[in-house]
Design a protein around this ligand. Sequence first.
Ligand code: CA
Length: 223
Amino acid sequence: MNVLLIEDERKLSEALTHILKQEKYVVDAVYDGESGYEYGLSDRYDVIILDVMLPKLNGFEVLKRLREEKVTTPVLVLTARSDVSDRVKGLDMGADDYLAKPFSTPELLARIRALLRRKTNVLNENVRTFGDLEYNVSAYELRCRDKKVKVMLKESELLIYLLERPSFVVTKDELIIKLWGYDSDAEYNNIEVYVSFLRRKLEYLASSVKIVTVRGVGYKLEA
Ligand code: CA
């Protein structure tokens, strides 16, 4: 498994590289946003670990540009601040997960494993349909008639979970566990962000499928 580490604090970068190599990952470490963007473009990484505060190009900008270039590699954003606006900003730009500094090594490793596992699981699935929607899981492509749109990893997991339970109410707690795991500090707010992303895409596709809010409980998919 190949990891791209974009982190300008040399000591932290060296420590992380050492730990990741011990876990048998192949690590490329770069120290500024521009190099991170160029390496990330190669699309040969299984996970990108991306710091936010970086010289030349900040992490958000790196992420935005990679997603614009259709690089779908899972990205774990390292943020110095754990405030919601920063997290939402990262997720909005296509991050798959975030980790607030300082973090523990086991937590970082668990997050990386989760991203890799989901990536592999997701790649083994096929095409799902519901109402006028057709979702190609391996291509991360959602279609409705002649329109199509790309979805990101976390959106994809949320969508698959809903597609597997059409017309059933799915709770927010269930979604948090599914998308981030039992031990995460993810909040309802994170789920709401992804639901709003998916709704925007359904609107763009002019699909008759809707993610309906069930007050105080969660969501359900209706055609
Ligand atoms: Ca930094």
